[in-house]
Every structure is written in C-alpha cells, then in structure tokens.
Design a protein around this ligand. Structure first.
Ligand code: FES
Ligand code: MG
Length: 591
C-alpha cells in the first residue's frame, strides 16, 4: 500500500490474518464478517481504524459525532482503511452527577482497554464536551498507536433579546439577576436555553473549546479543525479529511509519542493564555503529559504561560462567541500570532505529518477585533499565577482576580504594593455554601474571601466545579458582583469569577485548607506568589494535631476505586497507578 511501511505487519493482522494460529484467526474472522465486513477486506492488508464515538443521547454536546460518523468512515475508506466505530463511556459535563470529572479517568481506562485489546491500528478520537478531549488524549498517549482528534465543534452563537448569550455565562449572569430579584424563574430558564441554539458543545471559551484548542495546539488534530462550529459544512469536510489522514498516520507510523513532546506542551500552555483558556486546562494537560511520559509541572503554567498576552476576544474573558472566533481564523490564527512573535516551538511534528510551523504558514487573523495581534492584546501578562503557602502547596490564580476594584477593597495597608488581606469565611462543600451563604451571622461583606473545601478529587469525589461561589444576596444588591473565592475544587471554564482554585493537596487528605477557620485573616502576596492564613504557627500546629479527616461515603464501586487511586489536581488528578503504564501497544495482548 505504501512503501513507508517497509515490511511491518499491522497489529490487526495478528487477529485477522495469522496462519500460525488458525483457530483464533477463524474465530475472529467469522464473527467480524457476521454482519459488517468480508473476509476479503479483513485479510486485505489494510489498516483497521477505530473511531471512538463519544456522541449519544446522554452526551448531547458530542451528539454531532453520530452524524459525522459517515464522513469519517468515508474518509477512512477513501484512503484505503477499514473503519470500525465503537462507543465510549459518555461524559456529559452538565448531566453527570456528582461530577463529570469523576468519569474522565473511567473513560480513559476503558479506552486504553479497547485500543489495546481489539484489532485496531489507528484511532480517530471524537472530542467535544470538556472531559471527552483529555480522556481520549490520555488514552491514546498510554496506548501509543497513531491517533488523531476530531472535534464536534461549538454550537452556533446563542442570542437572547438581541445580545449574545454564551454557554455557561448566561447561567452565572442569570443566577445573579435572579438573586437580585431582577428576573424570575421562567425568564432565568428561558435565557439559559437561548444559549444552546444548535448541535455542538459550549460556544464560549469554556473548557470544551479550550481543550479542543489544546488538542490542536499540541498537534493532535488537522490544522484549523477545532473552532469550526458544529453545523457548518466545513465540519463535515474536516470529518472526511480527518478520516483520510489517520490512514496516512498509520502508514507513516506517526504516533502520539512523536507528537506529544515537552515542546508541544509548552506551545499549548502559551496558546491557552492567548485564547483566554479555562482553568481546567492545567490539570487536563498535566494528565495527558504524565500518560505520555512528558515531564510537566503545575509551576510551568506560570513560568511559561503567565507573560503571554490575551489575544482572543471571546466570552468569558471577552465579548464574542464561537462563530466569530472561527471566522477570524480560529486556533491557527492565534498560534500564527504567537509564532510571529517567536513564542512557539515551530519545529514540533504534528498529526498532519508536517511541523507546526509548516501548518501555520499563511494563517492569520482576518478580524483583529476578535483575534488581536500579539503586540496589541486585550491584556498583557494574562496567564495563571501559581500560588503556594500554608493553605496549599499549589493553587492556580486567574489574573482577572486582581481587578482595580479588588486592589481597592483588599489592599493590606496603604503603599503595600501587591499585598492583599481579607477575612475568611469557610464552607464545607456546596451544600453548606447554599445553606449558609445568606446567613447574616457570618458577617460577609465586600472584604470577605469565600473558601470552599472537601471538593477536590478525593473529597467530592472528582473535583467539583464549585469554587465560583456567588456573594450573598445582600452583598449583590449593594452592587458587589464578585468576592474572591478559594477552594480545593475547580470552577467552570465559562465562569469569569475571580478565584484561586485547584488547591493541592486538597483538604480531605490533610492539605492546609483543612485547618482554616471562619474569621481567620488571609494574606495574598503577589510579590512572593503566596497565600497564607495569618494564624500563629503554634495555633496552626494545634489545629493540625486535632484534625480528623471527614467521613467519606462512596455511592458506587467506581467512586471507591477512584478515591483509592486518584492523585491531586496539581498532578493531573490521574489514577496514579495508570501512569506507570506507557506505550502499552508495544506488547500485544494474549489471544
Ligand atoms: Fe458539554 Fe459545555 S457542557 S461542552
Ligand atoms: Mg464545566
């Protein structure tokens, strides 16, 4: 078929064409030709291409893939491959309780098992909703067969009463208006639903668009694929092109380990700053890196990403939604800006078979209101700051925390540049937050910092998106829309809340947040990138000695397995034992 293959057999031939083991070969052949394939094609020396289908009724953000399947298969056939579609454990961000984050590692595990244990030579990963992208990139990295990601694309832009209504944003905004008594329940629901006008995933730069941009920035997709809105013609064309390309990748033996290098992750981190990407990107990229055997550290997000500028004017950081982003040039236009400024490793290999620099040739922003030039950004130094101190070893801070308003309200004393202080109010979880946020005895005012704990990977379980806590109704009515929030959970990528999140280690495993009490003074020092509870060391040690971990109740077997083996967000929230398994396709399973 191609001379790049030399004499290498496809791994699928170990199943379908192995004269040394006629008994098993016959068993594999007779059943796979039962309905779908012929013996002739299964023994025709053509690669079998798996298509991991993440779309289903339960996973509406990815449902577009059900309709893209025909075009992906046509592309695979066109290039001489044999497509084999298979389902993948659904991960629906908005539907799965207690949180979809719990299922990322479950989908990862099952994908590893499928790719290793079935006759698959290469795979198309159909991505979309938040965790579907990292789960599959993690799986592909562990197995290390040729793999390419195909995004389903964002929904069309939502509109409500003449204004753009962005996914997630409408809910956070509506919740505030509801609390202030400006809208009622009916209007709240109506506004929220207006943000979802078509098939596709969230149309804001939330975690879904972020993670698909990350897949592209890492080099795991075709160029320009991630931002195309789901219903567009180009989305169908991209499905066909992706199907075609994976066959080429198999023939070239171009594997995730050739693409997912340290340099590729550095490109992704810089791109994340430029797009205004989600705070969920760090743990997900960390997890992909660990399964790929790449050395990445949560601190890299500050050292590599902090000084980059925000270029993309898209909600929640800006004003536009997915359609405008795509029309302005999408991810390649953003990366081309970074590249021109010398901020990319342009020599890295990508799924196209060409380098990132080659992919970006001729790409540029065609709308500078939506994708800004590198030297005229929306904001400079727009990346994350990684804090440490007695409350946690690491936590991410969105730079949007430091608004002028925040500077005024929290400055520790006149002239103390970059040093802020506030009074802590601590919640034990989202239920406790909802029960007590309007309790006046807590004394919450505009100088309060809200804390939430027990919501990390082990605590919740799965690290819940609950750090973006809304101030009490009375504070909202007084015109203060945001209080700084801190927690060992995550927050929605569509939230613009000023927060310090992903605190690791989490409180239920004895992280410093566990010893904080309502009423403690807390200091944030930007000069040293620290956040400290201002509690005497003796008193802190006493609280630590008196501390007993909270009771943990598992509701399903997976929750128990997950809690036993999951690591902390700073390390990607991986199943720790799984990170020891690398490039597992090198060894064939027994038959
Ligand atoms: Fe699925 Fe946002 S909820 S993409
Ligand atoms: Mg979310």
């Amino acid at each position: 078929m191609s001379n790049t293959r030399a004499n290498k057999r496809f791994r699928s031939q170990e199943w379908f064409d192995n004269p040394n083991n006629p008994g098993m070969t016959a068993l594999y052949l007779e059943r796979y030709q039962n309905q779908t394939f012929t013996r002739e094609e299964l023994q025709s020396d053509r690669p079998v291409i798996g298509i991991a289908n993440t779309g289903s009724d339960l996973a509406p953000c990815n449902k577009i893939h059900i309709f893209l399947m025909d075009r992906i298969k046509a592309g695979i056939r066109d290039a001489g491959g044999i497509p084999m579609e298979f389902p993948i454990h659904p991960i629906q961000e908005t539907g799965k309780r207690p949180t979809a984050a719990l299922d990322r590692n479950l989908a990862y595990l099952s994908l590893v098992e499928v790719l290793h244990g079935y006759p698959i030579d290469g795979v198309v990963l159909t991505t979309g909703c938040d965790k579907t992208t990292p789960a599959q990139l993690m799986g592909a990295a562990t197995v290390d067969i040729p793999a390419i990601a195909l995004n389903g694309g964002p929904m069309l832009d939502g509109w409500y009463k003449g204004r753009r209504a962005g996914s997630g944003m409408v809910v956070w905004e509506g919740r505030r208006l509801l609390a202030e008594g400006k809208i009622d329940y009916e209007e709240f629901i109506e506004r929220a639903c207006a943000s979802a006008p078509s098939l596709g995933h969230c149309n804001t730069m939330g975690t879904a668009s972020t993670m698909n941009a990350m897949a592209e920035a890492l080099g795991m997709t075709l160029t320009g694929s991630s931002a195309i809105p789901a219903p567009f013609r180009e989305r169908m064309e991209m499905a066909f092109a992706t199907g075609k390309r994976i066959v080429g990748m198999v023939l070239e033996d171009l594997k995730p380990s050739d693409i997912l290098t340290r340099e590729a992750f550095e490109n992704a981190i810089r791109t994340n700053t430029a797009i205004g990407g989600s705070t969920n990107a760090p743990p997900h990229l960390q997890a992909i890196a660990r399964h790929a055997g790449v050395d990445l550290n949560v601190k890299d997000w500050q050292t590599i990403g902090f000084e980059e500028p925000l270029l993309v004017n898209m909600q929640p950081a800006g004003e536009y939604l997915g359609e405008s982003f795509h029309r302005a040039g999408g991810v390649p236009a953003v990366m081309a800006e970074l590249h021109k400024a010398g901020r990319l490793h342009a020599g890295v290999m990508t799924a196209t078979g060409r380098t990132m620099g080659e992919n970006l040739a001729g790409r540029e922003s065609v709308d500078h209101d939506v994708i800004r030039p590198y030297d005229n950004p929306l904001r400079k130094n727009a990346g994350f700051i990684v804090l440490s101190g007695n409350l946690f070893d690491s936590a991410l801070m969105k730079t949007s925390v430091i608004s002028d308003d925040f500077r005024k309200r929290f400055l520790s004393r006149p002239g103390a540049e970059g040093i802020f202080e506030g009074r802590a109010v601590v919640f034990e979880g989202p239920e406790d937050y909802h029960d007590r946020i309007n309790d006046q005895s807590l004394g919450i005012d505009e100088k309060t910092i809200l804390f939430i704990r027990n919501v990390g990977c082990v605590g919740y379980p799965g690290a819940a998106e609950v750090v973006n806590m809304q101030p009490p109704d009375a504070v909202l009515r007084a015109g203060v829309n945001h209080l700084p929030t801190v927690g060992d959970g995550r927050q929605s990528g569509t939230s613009e809340s000023p927060s310090i999140l992903n605190a690791s280690p989490e409180s239920v495993v004895g992280g410093g947040l566990a010893y904080l009490q309502t009423g403690d003074r807390v200091r944030l020092d930007l000069n040293t990138a620290t956040m400290e509870a201002l509690v005497e060391p003796d008193e802190w040690a006493r609280r630590k000695a008196d501390w007993t971990p909270p009771e943990i109740e598992n509701q399903t077997p997976w929750q128990e397995i997950y809690r036993r083996h999951v690591g902390q967000l700073a390390e990607g929230g991986c199943l720790e034992l799984a990170t020891a398994y690398q490039r597992v396709a090198r060894n064939l399973p027994r038959d």
